[in-house]
Design a protein around this ligand. Structure first.
Ligand code: SF4
Length: 646
């Protein structure tokens, strides 16, 4: 029986476990990436492990999330990351060099290699045939130390692409169509593998738009084959030497198949407040807009920018619309500055932002109250824009640009004939904003520079014999990591200061939660289904850890967040019967008697006794050998220290 491309790469990297669906496997990691919002903590964790030099083939730290410097905190954090990188063998992409996924695709990604990144959109690397997975910062720290990365052996979904996109229909519409069909939960436990004749009609940046937003499906990752198109992209980046051809065997067997005829797709938009709330532009009808933002790791490639510039050229942005554009990397910005496209954008009235995440993570450009904002980004969860009642629609760059001119949501096909937008034969290569690490011989002389904002990793302790505490918070379905640990310009600078950032934990849902939880000393959280969906931010586990959360009991978890809870030593529990969610309330006193002994004995079914009502609630605690040991040790850091000391 033939193998899928996913299986081929995973097999080549397997270091622990067996290839059995649903079982945990450990894979060797070739490359890691971090961004600044998660990176400071990842490097504090890496330091705490005591490994002097990274053991990966390539590790890169990017500064893209919080480049606003309205206080000393960010500047200190950037300096800390830069100095840690220099000392420990990590490449440092300076602020201004671009968004991590865009730059990694351009300058570092290699077909057939494994990459984990402390950012949920790391699967962007699947656009050049990598197994690229979003993970918690602690997982990245362990991988940098030479440890394996563990995933559940995934189901593999074949997305069979046929045909060719019609003019002004784009890669964004492909992934929006997949989201429309599969939903934000549809990819959980799965790798989405793109195959079929239609693949060769898509460039690498277009493929990367699709794999990037596979994160919104909840998928482990998404991947395209590495073919002649991949080679052309790498050649244009002066990196043809890292190319190899990679594809699934003809007789590969998949768990599921989805067929998409590219020629049948129409321009789509994800409506507020979920990336799977997808409608065609005609279904949405007349929609007045206030703001357009173009950029992010989803849609800020050279060709995206060239299309936008073409649409804007010689025109003026509608007077009622604010148009902001952030090219994804210095490379892209440099090229459009040289060829005049940037001048066309500026002349039309666009506000040019630096090459960084910016409005995507709520760093500026929040829309006006109740404002309708079209964004080429990947997420439109409530409040993520920084405006609580903002109405965010996710669209292609083509639709965003034409709508900025008309002031209404506009079908880009009304633009008429589309010229051919080609990838350049040669990109402008200039890596002067990537600082290489010090030579191994010199690393001892490098001083790590810490500002007052950098506080140590929170206190952890081995799993208690019994958990006897109150429910400090009860929340509903689809809680995102933005609910648990909001981002934004005021909060992100506190990312390396867990005591301070935890004061914002869950305040979107309940302003009093941090104070209440801290006063309780120990407590648990109860939630609904898909708890922790969204970003990989491990602060959504570290802040609850600091606030004394011992367990989270929900109907179901999002993959990365569950892993982050385990890594933080917080027990992840699910209801055996979802209806039991109604039998436990905020403030109730609960007991998990002899929980340590039960976990040690591999018992997957535990009993939560609700002391307030007297009801017994069966819950699942599904931990495998390794995750069990992590929980018993009090988290991944303690577990890794134990392993390294053996
Ligand atoms: Fe940055 Fe937004 Fe991409 Fe996250 S999703 S890496 S915040 S651009």
């Amino acid at each position: 029986m033939g193998l899928t491309l996913t299986e081929k790469i995973l097999k080549a990297h397997l270091v622990d476990g067996e290839f059995v669906k649903g079982q945990e496997i450990g894979i060797r990691i070739d490359q890691t990436l971090t961004q600044d919002a998660t990176g400071t903590m990842a490097y504090l964790e890496y330091e705490a492990m005591g490994v002097p030099r990274v053991r990966t083939e390539k590790s890169v730290a990017y500064i893209d999330h919080n480049t606003l410097q309205s206080g000393f905190e960010n500047a200190d954090d950037h300096r800390f990351i830069g100095s840690v990188c220099k000392k420990h063998g990590i490449y440092f992409s300076r602020p201004g060099n671009g968004i991590c996924h865009q730059v990694h695709l351009e300058r570092f990604g290699i077909p057939g290699k494994t990459l984990i990144g402390s950012d949920s959109h790391t699967p962007t690397g699947g656009g050049i045939g990598m197994i690229a997975i979003g993970a918690g910062g602690l997982d990245v720290a362990v991988a940098m130390g030479g440890g394996a990365y563990y995933i559940t052996y995934p189901k593999i979904v074949k997305v069979n692409l046929t045909g060719k996109l019609s003019p002004w229909v784009s890669a964004k519409d492909v992934i929006l169509e997949v989201l429309r069909r599969m939903s934000v939960k549809g990819g959980v436990g799965k790798v989405i593998e793109y195959c079929g004749e239609g693949v060769k009609t898509l460039t690498v940046p277009e493929r990367a738009t699709i794999t990037n937003m596979g994160a919104e499906l909840g998928a482990t990752t998404s991947i395209f084959p590495s073919d002649e198109t991949t080679l052309a992209f790498l050649k244009a980046q002066d990196r043809a030497d890292v190319w190899s051809e990679l594809k699934a065997d003809d007789d590969a067997v998949y768990d599921e198949q989805i067929d998409i005829d590219l020629s049948q797709l129409v321009p789509l938009a994800a409506c507020p407040h979920s990336p799977d709330n997808v409608k065609s532009v005609n279904e949405i009808g007349k929609l007045k807009i206030d703001q357009v933002c173009i950029g992010s790791c989803t849609n800020s490639s050279y060709v995206d920018m060239m299309k936008v510039a073409h649409i804007l050229k010689g025109k003026t942005v509608d007077p009622s619309v604010s148009l902001a554009i952030a090219p994804g990397s210095k490379q892209v910005l440099n090229m459009i500055a040289e060829n005049g496209a940037l001048a066309d954008m500026i002349a039309a009235g666009a506000r040019i932002l630096e090459s960084a995440c910016g409005p995507c993570i709520g760093m500026g450009q929040s829309p006006n109250s109740k404002g309708v904002s079209l964004r080429t980004f990947n997420r439109n969860f409530e409040g993520r824009s920084g405006t609580k009642d903002g109405q965010i629609y996710l669209v292609s760059p083509e639709m965003a640009a034409v709508s900025a001119l008309t002031g209404y949501l506009t079908d880009p096909r009304t633009l008429g004939d589309m010229p051919e937008f080609k990838l350049p034969e040669h990109f402008k290569i200039n890596d002067n904003m990537v600082v290489p690490p010090a030579d191994e011989a010199d690393m001892d002389s490098v001083e790590v520079l810490r500002g007052p904002n950098i506080k140590p990793f929170p206190q952890t302790s081995p799993l208690d014999d019994s958990i006897d505490c109150q429910v400090s918070l009860k929340v509903g379905d689809n809680i995102t990591t933005d609910h648990i640990m909001p981002a934004g310009a005021k909060i992100l600078p506190l990312r390396s200061n867990i005591p301070a950032i935890s004061q914002h934990c869950f305040t979107v849902c309940d302003e009093d939660f941090p104070r209440r939880a801290k006063n309780m000393g120990k407590s648990i959280i109860v939630g609904g289904s898909n708890y922790g969906q969204g970003s990989s931010r491990e602060h959504a586990a570290l802040a609850p850890l600091y606030l004394g959360i011992k367990a989270v009991l929900v109907k179901s978890f999002a993959r990365i967040h569950r892993a982050n809870l385990i890594n933080a030593g917080i027990l992840p529990l699910t209801f055996v019967n979802e209806a039991d969610y109604d039998k436990i309330n905020q403030g109730d006193e609960i007991v998990l008697a002899d929980v340590r002994a039960d976990v040690e004995a591999d018992m997957s079914k535990l009993i939560v006794v609700n002391k307030t009502t007297g009801v017994e609630i069966p819950v699942l605690c599904e931990l495998t050998g390794r995750t069990k040991d992590i929980i018993l040790a009090g988290g991944l850091l303690d577990y890794t220290r134990e392993q390294l000391s053996k």
